[in-house]
Design a protein around this ligand. Structure first.
Ligand SMILES: Nc1ncnc2c1ncn2[C@@H]1O[C@H](COP(=O)(O)OP(=O)(O)O)[C@@H](O)[C@H]1O
Ligand SMILES: [Mg+2]
Length: 241
């Protein structure tokens, strides 16, 4: 079963007198184990599409199915559970709490679930280990590099054991080396732990690491021609600290 399915999904925004079509009749699906990049210029609808996938927003037209069920038919509590357990969200700006350590940041969303302190600590450490940062568990965000902070944000999302990680331009605040390392890490979590990913980027250099690429232009979704889909070996770099 697909984790997510978009059936002719459109999103319009009204800006004063002007109607903006951010997404235009998009058909799209994500299956378990997928690793998909959404590319396209600024303003093409990438964030709109990721927000709709994460059930943070509702479409103007069309239907979104999560695990086969129409989002429009779900109650608020079902939607809350999707947002907190089915999806892991990662943002360009990391969104870490500055006064908390890496381990406390990763454990934070787990406090919303009925877990013991011991279990929260254990899950947070396991997630930090998965992103190669267990030695930095006691560090606060300002003691970490940008690349490390984004990996803490990935660990925080992972700790909730989501079915699908949604990442909106996760590499946009990183230099090229850290951006590549982050894509490598996401790919590793995908192949070794089976975590599905959809992430947006407008950085062409990252796309050579991805074998499923779709492109947005003015809200219209297209797949890149097969010739441009390059599945490069992930030999460039290991996890960097
Ligand atoms: N809340 C909003 N109100 C009005 N227009 C919006 C809003 N969010 C996005 N848009 C418009 O929708 C289009 C797509 O935006 P967005 O999804 O943010 O694109 P991207 O993430 O690719 O840069 C743009 O024209 C943008 O100005
Ligand atoms: Mg955006």
């Amino acid at each position: 079963m697909n984790i997510i399915e978009f059936v002719s999904v459109s999103k319009h925004y009204r800006m004063g007198e002007v109607n903006v079509t951010a997404l235009d009749k998009v058909n799209f699906s994500v299956a378990e184990g997928d690793f998909v990049a959404i590319t396209g210029p600024s303003g093409s609808g990438k964030s709109t599409m990721l927000n709709l996938m994460g059930c943070l927003d509702i479409p103007s037209a069309g239907e979104i199915l999560v695990l086969g069920k129409s989002v429009a038919s779900m109650s608020e509590s079902e939607l809350d559970s999707l947002r907190s357990r089915t999806f892991g969200m990662i943002f360009q700006s990391f969104n870490l709490v500055p006064v908390l350590t890496a381990q406390e940041n990763v454990g934070l969303p787990l406090h919303l679930q009925q877990l013991s302190r011991g279990e929260i600590r254990q899950r947070a450490m396991a997630a930090l280990q998965a992103v190669g940062l267990e030695r930095f568990a006691g560090f606060k965000p300002d003691q970490l590099s940008g690349g490390q902070r984004q990996r803490v944000a990935i660990a925080r999302a992972l700790a909730c054991r989501p079915k699908l990680m949604l990442a909106d331009e996760p590499t946009a605040s990183l230099d090229t080396e850290n951006a590549m390392a982050l894509v490598d890490l996401m790919k590793k979590l995908n192949t070794e732990q089976g975590v599905s990913f959809v992430f947006s980027t407008h950085d062409e250099r990252l796309l050579q690491h991805v074998n499923q690429v779709v492109e947005l232009h003015d809200g219209i979704l297209t797949g890149l021609p097969a010739a441009q889909k390059v599945a490069a070996p992930l030999s460039l770099m290991g996890a960097r600290q």
